[in-house]
Design a protein around this ligand. Sequence first.
Ligand code: NDP
Ligand code: MG
Length: 383
Amino acid sequence: MKNILLLGATGSIGDSVLSVIKQNSDSLNLYGIAAGKNTEKAAAIIKNFSPKNIFIEDIAAYDLISSSFPNQNILNSDQELLDLISDNKVDIVVSAIVGFAGLKASLMAVNAGKIVLIANKESIVAAGDILMPLAKAKGAQIIPIDSEHNAIFQCLPADKSTTDVSKIIITASGGPFLDIPLSKLNNISPKDALKHPNWEMGSKISIDSATLVNKCLELIEARYLFDLNEKLFDLVIHPQSIIHSIVTYIDGSSISQMSNPNMEVPIANALSDIRKVPIAFKELDFSNLKLSFQEFPSDRSKLENLAREICNTGGSSGLVFNAANEIAVESFLNNQLKFSQIYDVIYRTFDLIPLSNPQDIETLNELNNEARIEAKKVIKSIT
Ligand code: NDP
Ligand code: MG
């Protein structure tokens, strides 16, 4: 039996992980969860899965869950979160809190030398220079569950060596506005931007997919996860979301991983060891499969170039990019910013903040706060 600690249990990735655990209750046990403030969903998970440990970040939500479940171990402080993550009984930590908020727990899990299944791409983008060397030093195993990165992981040889890789193609669905030029996206509403054609996801990543910022975050994520130069990665639009990424080797072979778009597939893969973890899934109908590919839109090349620059610069550059985007997405979802202005907030904030090389979580938090304040000022100045 493997004990799983699921951080971000009340979210969309949380749902998929819980479904995989439910289908494999003879080998996977939900040992603990962490959530933000969704008490209704947290309560339902506690009733259905009886996890031993429950961490709730929001204090009002914590009080409510504590009084509803007086016999359960309900936690709230940073020390309690650290103790839970470091608990010897925890075999696997799933890092699926959204945004920079997930970094604290990702760092704790890596520092504790755990097997860390990482969905929280923002923590890699914001702190890859700290997170990846720390994983090496502490013997933590980072396994990606972001579908593209999990696909690359599956297409690499068993020892995960990248020596013979000549190219990696990261596929992108293109989101809900595929083939619509950026110049026509000025007055898009949050409701339209949230309607992803292939995936059902949390609101933040849905907007990131609509702007294609998600693919740029994923480029930076891939550069850190696989420790390769950005020049080796191509971004290619593949509207059907069937091929999740492709690895080309120096002998001319290209290996891809395919499935219908369903996050349970990469999650089950990341949870498997010698044997695969079985799940119910919709088979691909190969006799009727039509796959197409097209170039990453040229009107988003400024964004892609910035992500490539960040891959090469490292330090705090990913943190600033991520913080500006998080604030811009939040403002867009609150109807305070136009869709197309999300890009302006990213570019302007990035230009305003001097880059540095943070070495610890305190400095990362300070820089993140600074970048968020600057992004808010930018929004004020352009709206
Ligand atoms: P959701 O918005 O659906 O869920 C976010 C989760 O994070 C919720 O459980 C939320 O808790 C929790 N959370 C937010 N803030 C805090 C906090 N300060 N402390 C503790 N918990 C917190 O997001 P998704 O599931 O869509 O995405 C999660 C991560 O996975 C993101 O980084 C995303 O980029 C990545 N990802 C998601 C994919 C998807 O298909 N959804 C695909 C690939 C990657 P609560 O709701 O209780 O407040
Ligand atoms: Mg992805």
